[in-house]
Structures are given as structure tokens and as C-alpha cells.
Design a protein around this ligand. Structure first.
Ligand code: NDP
Length: 254
């Protein structure tokens, strides 16, 4: 008996954490719309991998820092949904796309602050607002935060503050959208070995051991540690979970 698959949209699904989320969602029988900013080939490879698992997928370009493009993105999404699924809605939205940025409070440049704000907070806020008309009642939103919103490592004040804002936003989404049966949760990864941290690991040879040392489970996280948590939140088993912050950090700084 064939059932109709639900559709999850993952921003930044072309690489690293977003890619793992997309693949784990597909493993659970969801179809996926993934977005990428510039790496179209990486995104196409993720689409091909999902389709080889027997689920449908499409990739769309999106820069979440360019909020003025969101109406046009919604149009492209609607066309893709119609074309591939004969549908006009999605079931889950995962706001994952993100950039890093390091600077002490004393010298964080305004431009870095604005870039982090645009991508992480304003981007996530208004993309969600733009997509709410397309989000099915009974669906869900997962916003990706960071362990750094709970514990402080010097140099991440601006980045972590944007993630803290997204956590607060998620709480409000859960409250305001509850009447539509829409759940909203945050997943907060600890330090994960992805492209995101590649430069920092390269320039600080002791960093990997330091992070492993402050982690109860004794190692740095991998992308595979995160995708399944997000995918679980997009299943019926998570139907009573909303307004929660789930930290997946292996127990950092307990
Ligand atoms: P990566 O840098 O490895 O990948 C980033 C992804 O986001 C890519 O798909 C990239 O697209 C996309 N992206 C980047 N900027 C934009 C933008 N302006 N608009 C749209 N898409 C964009 O990061 P991770 O996978 O490690 O991180 C994913 C999320 O997890 C981020 O929100 C990050 O803050 C968060 N996080 C990461 C942690 C870590 O240690 N790695 C820890 C805690 C949270 P493209 O490939 O086209 O460039």
C-alpha cells in the first residue's frame, strides 16, 4: 500500500548538517526540498542520493540573507511543488542555513554582526513568515540553534546571540501556531566537525582535544549525530513535542 510522503524543506541542505538532515528525513519516508546558497553541484548530489533511496527531492537556490528575494523564492517553490508533487504546500520547515563568525565583544566589527543577524535571525524569522501560508496545519518547524546559546566560549557573542534570538522566536512560533497544530522546536548542536569549523580546527591544533575534553561523551560531534534528531521531530512520534530546545552536544560543559 503506498502512502503519500510528507514534504520537508531544509535550508542549507547541500552540505554538512543540512545534508545529513535531508538524508535522514528521506530515510524516514519524507520527501525533501533542499536549498543551497552557491553549491548547486553539492545540492544536486544530495537530491540524487535521496532519489536513490526512493523518495522525491528538489533543490532550489536561496540566500537567506536576501530577504527581498523571499517572494520570488516562494513562487519558485510553488512551481516546484506543483511540478514534482502536484501539491501547493509543505509539511515541515527546517531553518538550518548558517554561517560562522568569530570576534571578541571588544572588537566584533559591525559588518560581521549585521551578516550574522541577517542570516541567522532576520533570515530565519522572515523566511518562516513567508512560508507560513504554505505550511500545512499539523506540520512543524525546526530551528537550528547552538550549544553556545547555553554556555559561553569567548569569541561567539554575536553568533550565539542570534541563535538565542531564534530560540526565543521558536517559543513564540509554538504559541502562535499551536492553534493550527503546528509544532515548533529548536535543535541545538554542540561543536560538530563540518566545513563550518574546518578553519578553526586547522588553525587551533588543540581545539579538537579541548572540545572532546569538555564533552561528557568524550569526542567532537559528527553531522550524523544531528540529522536523526531533526528527522525524529518531523515524525508523528514527536507529535506532542513543541516549544522545546533539544541540545545534541554529547553533554558539553555539564
Ligand atoms: P556549513 O558551513 O558546513 O554548511 C552551511 C550550509 O548553509 C550550506 O548548505 C550553505 O550553502 C548554507 N548557507 C550558508 N549561508 C547561507 C545563506 N546566506 N543563505 C542560504 N544558505 C546558506 O555549516 P553546518 O552544516 O555546520 O551548520 C548548519 C547550521 O548548524 C548553521 O545554522 C550553524 O550555525 C548550526 N550549527 C553548527 C554547528 C557546528 O559546529 N558545525 C554547531 C551548532 C550549530 P552552500 O553549500 O551553497 O554554501
Amino acid at each position: 500500500m503506498s502512502t503519500v510522503s510528507k514534504i520537508a524543506l531544509v535550508t542549507g541542505g547541500s552540505r554538512s548538517l543540512g545534508k545529513n538532515m535531508a538524508l535522514r528525513l528521506a530515510e524516514k519516508g519524507l520527501d525533501v526540498v533542499l536549498t543551497y546558497r552557491s553549491q548547486a553541484e553539492d545540492a544536486a548530489a544530495v537530491v540524487a542520493e535521496i532519489e536513490s533511496q526512493g523518495q522525491k527531492a528538489v533543490a532550489l537556490q536561496l540566500d537567506v540573507a536576501e530577504q527581498q528575494t523571499f517572494p520570488q523564492f516562494v513562487e519558485r517553490l510553488q512551481l516546484a511543488l506543483q511540478d514534482r508533487w502536484s501539491r501547493s504546500s509543505i509539511d515541515f520547515l527546517i531553518n538550518n542555513a548558517g554561517i560562522g563568525g568569530h570576534g571578541m565583544v571588544t572588537d566584533t566589527p559591525e559588518q560581521l554582526f549585521d551578516d550574522l543577524f541577517n542570516v541567522h535571525f532576520k533570515g530565519g524569522y522572515f523566511l518562516t513568515q513567508s512560508l507560513l501560508p504554505l505550511l500545512e496545519d499539523g506540520g512543524g518547524i525546526v530551528n537550528i540553534s547552538t550549544g553556545l546559546a547555553r554556555f559561553a566560549i569567548p569569541g561567539y557573542s554575536a553568533y550565539a546571540s542570534m541563535k538565542g534570538a531564534i530560540e526565543t522566536y521558536t517559543h513564540y512560533l509554538a504559541k502562535e501556531l499551536g492553534a493550527r497544530g503546528i509544532r515548533a522546536n529548536t535543535v541545538a548542536p554542540g561543536a560538530i566537525d563540518t566545513d563550518f569549523n574546518a578553519t578553526a580546527f586547522e588553525h587551533n591544533p588543540g581545539m579538537r582535544d579541548m572540545l572532546a575534553g569538555v564533552t561528557a561523551l568524550g569526542r567532537v560531534g559528527q553531522a550524523e549525530d544531528i540529522g536523526g534528531v531533526v528527522a525524529f521531530l518531523c515524525t508523528d512520534d514527536a507529535r506532542w513535542i513543541t516549544a522545546q530546545r533539544i541540545e545534541a552536544s554529547g553533554g558539553m560543559f555539564l
